[in-house]
Design a protein around this ligand. Structure first.
Ligand code: HEC
Length: 100
């Protein structure tokens, strides 16, 4: 059961709509190690690896996202696209991220 939730979350992560892998490619331990300016005027930050990301809350350099659910809910347009996801799909994506 959990395995299939993770597989669904992975498919969302890798989808062209969500765009996550454009900056977090699997080959680079889920990071392109490049600087991206995600917020206007906020300066640029290296894409961090998503390995063991479940244990590193809060998220972003300034800790603006309290949890992975919070990040997925609010990162649309800042980092990838999550607005199109249903509540179940957001849960699947969070479960996948916790499995890394
Ligand atoms: C344009 C490049 C880009 C895209 C697209 C992108 N990310 Fe990121 N991601 C980053 C950068 C850069 C950071 C670090 C931001 C910071 O610390 O301010 C980050 C941080 C994160 C973090 C927090 C890591 C930590 O330890 O704080 C998670 C989780 C994450 N991204 C997941 C995703 C997911 C899920 C998607 C797809 C919906 C996605 N990212 C799409 C560049 C990107």
């Amino acid at each position: 059961m959990r395995r299939c939730v993770i597989a669904r979350g992975r498919a969302i992560f890798e989808s062209s709509e969500a765009q996550c892998t454009s900056c977090h490619p699997k080959e680079g331990d889920y990071a392109d190690r490049m600087v991206h300016a995600l917020t206007p005027g906020g300066g640029g930050f290296d894409t961090p690896s998503l390995r063991y990301v479940s244990g590193t809350a809060p998220y972003f350099h300034d800790g603006r996202y309290a949890s992975l659910e919070d990040l997925i809910e609010k990162c649309d347009g800042v980092m990838g696209r999550t607005k199109q996801l249903s509540a179940d799909q957001k849960t699947d994506l969070a479960t996948f991220l916790r499995s890394l």
